[in-house]
Ligand binder design. Structure first.
Ligand code: 5GP
Length: 202
């Protein structure tokens, strides 16, 4: 199963994704490739694979990415390898990607589970962006503009979580993944041999 999670910056996505990974087993998190520079305490190979623009473009040309997009002036992409590794390990692939990437994956994998996370209002998002005081005013304004564009895609996602209360949102995210796994199991005919046992004559 492929799980796409998208959200405007400041919506609480990272916290929710971390909680999902902590609680739900067998999720393979895809480490994206990016041309942006590492920030703060980010660890290469753990948060992202940091590569140059020419290398990224070479990899696009070689068809290595499941999806890729330009976000805030930098390339970001999901390597095909993660999808293959997740499938080989029997894990579900978790993608934390922007809406452009989300659309590409949905087109290629119509069965993907897609979840959009949004703060309860623009005003709340602005408060949250200011509170984390990581960014300059200009960056906050850009993120707010980006958020206004990104929310237009919310209706294209299978689920929308309005992140008002972080604990409740985490529970909802976990519930979505658990329920989708049960549905997927049925689609994959994993139930057929179980149900067949009920048909055996005594
Ligand atoms: P940041 O630079 O703040 O880590 O991420 C900026 C945006 O890029 C976020 O919305 C994040 O979800 C998105 N992003 C991260 N990795 C990928 C990726 O592999 N593909 C796409 N399309 N977006 C990504």
């Amino acid at each position: 199963m492929v799980i796409i999670i998208s959200a405007p910056s400041g919506s609480g996505k990272s916290t929710l994704v971390n909680e999902l990974i902590r609680v739900v087993p067998r999720l393979a998190f895809s480490v994206s490739y990016t041309t942006r520079k590492p920030r703060g305490a980010e660890v290469p190979g753990q948060h992202y694979h940091y590569i140059s623009r020419p290398e990224f473009e070479q990899r696009i040309a070689a068809g290595e990415f499941l999806e890729h997009a330009e976000v805030f002036g930098n390339y970001y992409g999901t390597h095909q390898r993660y999808a293959e590794e997740a499938a080989a390990k029997g894990c579900d692939l978790l993608l934390d990607i922007d809406v452009q990437g989300g659309m590409q994956v949905m087109a290629r994998r119509p069965d993907a589970v897609s979840i959009f996370i949004v703060a309860p209002s623009r005003e709340v998002l602005e408060q949250r962006l200011r509170k984390r005081s990581e960014d300059a005013e200009e960056v906050i304004q850009r993120r707010l503009r980006e958020a206004s564009a990104e929310v237009n895609y919310a209706s294209r996602y299978g689920y929308t979580i309005v992140n008002d209360d972080i604990k409740e949102s985490a529970q909802n995210l976990i519930a979505i993944v658990r329920a989708e796994r049960i549905r997927y199991q049925r689609q994959q005919d994993a139930l057929a041999p179980i149900l067949a046992t009920y048909l055996q004559p005594r």
